[in-house]
Design a protein. Sequence first.
Length: 431
Amino acid sequence: MSFQQLGLTEALLTAVAEQGYTTPTPVQKNTIPLILEGKDILAGAQTGTGKTASFTLPLLQRLAENIDLHQKPRRVRALILTPTRELTMQVYESVKTYGKYLPLQTEAVVGGASISLQTRNLRRGCDIVVATPGRLMDHVQQRNINLSSIEILVLDEADRMLDMGFLPDIRRIMALLPKGRQSLLFSATVANAVKTLAAQLLNNPVEVDVAKQNATADNVTEQIYAIGREYKRELLSYLIGSNNWKQVLVFVRTKHGADRLEQQLIIDGIRTAALHGDKTQGARNKALEAFKDGKVAVLVATDVAARGLDIDDLPHGVNFDLPHVPEDYIHRIGRTGRAGASGVALSLVCPEEAYALSEIEKLLKRQIPRVADTGYEPVSLKVMDAPKKHIPNKNTGKKDLRHSKKPASRKAKAAQGEPRKPQREQRRGKK
C-alpha cells in the first residue's frame, strides 16, 4: 500500500514525498483512514513506528477541508497534548513539515520558553496548538487561549502523561473542550490507567493495536551486562571507546546522576552532554542539537527529558541505571531501532538492581540475554542474592530497611562502656 491509497490530498502527499517516505507504516495504514472518517481512536503503538505522522497527516487534512481564510483572528481548532518539551517541539516540527503547503497556522506552547512570546502568538490566532499540559493551563488561566472551538484533540504518549501526574490538568482541559470533538489517544503501552482515561475521553473509539503490548521491537538487540555498581562507568567508557561508537544515548535515573556521569565521561576523553529537566530549554536544545550533529558522541539523559527524542538511525542505547517503572524500559529501548532500522540496547545491571530487572522481565514475559564474559568479576542478578534493603516491599513500594544497621541508642552505648557526651551547661542563672 502507498500513501496515495490512504485518501490524502495532493498537498500532503507532496510534503510526505519530500521527506523520502513512500510506504506507510502499519500504524499509519490502520489509523489514517479511520481518522479521516472522523472516528475516535485508541492506538497502542510503540515509539519509532511513525505514529506522529499517523495523526498529523489526517488532522491537517480535516482542518484544511473547511478552513475560513477570512476569519481574524484564527480560532484554535486542534489541540495536541504531549508530556515533554522535547516531544512537543518534535510534533510541532512534524506539523509544520507536513503542513507546509496548507494555509494553517501552528503554535508550540511549552514551559521553559518565553511565555510573553507565546501569549502574543496565541492572541494573534492560530489553527493548531501543540502543548504540554502545564504550560497550556497557565495560558488558560491568563485567558490567552480559548478552547471552545476545538474540533480535534490528540493525546500523544498518554501513558507517560499519566506517569508524570498530568491527569488533573488533562481533566481540567477536557472540561473546557466541546463535547462534539474528535479525540485521538496514542500510547506506547495500554495499561489499565490508559483504558480508564480513554473511557472518559473517547466516544465509541476504534482500538488499533499494531504491536504486541509490553514488547520491545524485533529489530533491537538487547543485552544485559551483570557488573558491580562501582565498575559501571569504567565498562561504559570501555565499550564506547573500544567499539568506536559515534552516537550513544545513555539513560540514568536522576538529574544529579546525569551531571555526574557526564563529567566522568568527559574526563575519560569522551565527548558528552547531559539532558534533564533542571537545564534551561536553551541548554537542552543545544545539547540535543550537538548530539544529532555528531559534535558529542554521548547524550546522558533522564527518562522525562529523553521521552519524545526523535533521532534518526540511533544505533546504541544504554541503560546505565534500570528504570523505576518496568514500562519505561520499553520506552527507552524504543529510542533506538526506529522506523525499521536496527539497533543495540545494553543494560549495565548491578546486584542491587536485581529486583528491578526481574520486574522488567516479568513484564516482557521473557529473559533478556546476558553477556557471558563482561571482563569483570561475575556477580549474581538473582533476586534471592540481592542486598535485602534494595528489594521494595510489594505492598508499599518502599525499600525494605529491616536488615539495615540502626544507630545504637544512648542506653545501648552506655551498656557497651562508651563514655557519654557531656551535656551542654545551662546558662540560665549562671554568671
